[in-house]
Design a protein around this ligand. Structure first.
Ligand SMILES: [Ca+2]
Length: 205
């Protein structure tokens, strides 16, 4: 009986653990992305490109105001990009500056201070802007009417600027990252709790 339970336990865990894979930097593991993630990535008409630790959809076909850009991203189960670290900023800037079709463009990010002047929030989660790389002198809130954040090229590096939300630029969408506890990992947690509560021993006959 004990052996049977042990075998079930091992089989469950074997399945669970195989779904937790490392798709980014060493030390950062993500559970296997869900089907939505794959369908978005594999949709050839809307390719999400892996840059650094994230997947981005960089639209260079149609300019949109900030609101249009935000809605555009939502169509593809993503949000306007919010850069969360210097590493992400450098990776994205490096990608954009080495691509001739991107270097002359400006791109909307998912950040706005429309709710409260000077308090830039993320459209993804409503939290304060996690990382900023403002161009020198920015944000200016020029004419009292610059409430959305874009990326522009300054001295061959992409930096942040506040801009009129109705200006028309391109969208950079960021694929939503799978939760670190996806369904199968939740199963693992459930099994662990079940084993604890029922006092089923680990691999004891
Ligand atoms: Ca500005």
């Amino acid at each position: 009986m004990g052996l049977t339970k042990c075998c079930i336990f091992i089989l469950c865990f074997a399945g669970v653990l195989s779904d937790c894979i490392d798709i980014s930097k060493p030390g950062e593991s993500f559970c296997k992305p869900n089907k939505l993630f794959y369908s978005a990535v594999e949709n050839k008409t809307q390719p999400f490109i892996g840059i650094g630790s994230k997947y981005y959809l960089i639209n260079t076909v149609s300019k949109m105001n900030w609101f249009g850009a935000a809605l555009y991203c939502r169509k593809y189960d993503s949000d306007l990009a919010v850069i969360e670290s210097e590493a992400e900023m450098n990776a994205l800037s490096s990608y954009l500056t080495t691509n001739e079709s991107h270097i002359d463009k400006r791109f909307w990010l998912g950040l706005t201070d429309s709710a409260e002047e000077g308090k830039f929030l993320s459209i993804k989660d409503g939290r304060p802007m996690p990382y900023a790389k403002w161009s020198e002198g920015q944000p200016t809130n020029y004419a009292g009417n610059e409430n959305c954040v874009d990326l522009w090229l300054v001295n061959n590096i992409f930096e942040m600027n506040d801009e009129n939300c109705m200006a028309e630029y391109y969208a950079i969408c960021e694929l939503r990252q799978p939760k670190k506890t996806c369904d199968v990992c939740e199963l693992k947690i459930f099994l662990e709790r079940f084993m604890q509560q029922t006092n089923i021993p680990y691999c004891q006959n």
